[in-house]
Ligand binder design. Structure first.
Ligand SMILES: [Zn+2]
Length: 74
């Protein structure tokens, strides 16, 4: 009987560890996507976070000036 209880306890322990590791991994990956997604400025090749980048016609720019300069170049 003790042996069975030990197996059940181990099973629950493993399940909790697995669950904790998985939820921590999910949090990290979603955090990476929302905060560190980098895009490249079409004008100067500088990499900037997507949230700070200026998007024009599916292209990204590090600042308003470069988006205008890029459009003038075309
Ligand atoms: Zn730029």
């Amino acid at each position: 009987m003790r042996f069975i209880l030990l197996i059940i306890a181990l099973g629950i322990g493993f399940w909790i560890i697995k669950h904790l590791l998985r939820s921590r991994h999910n949090n990290q990956s979603t955090k990476e996507e929302s905060t560190t997604k980098m895009v490249r400025c079409e004008h100067c090749d500088l990499h900037v976070p997507a949230q700070q980048a200026i998007q024009k016609d599916e292209k990204y720019f590090c600042c308003e000036i470069h988006s205008k300069q890029y459009q003038q170049k075309d």
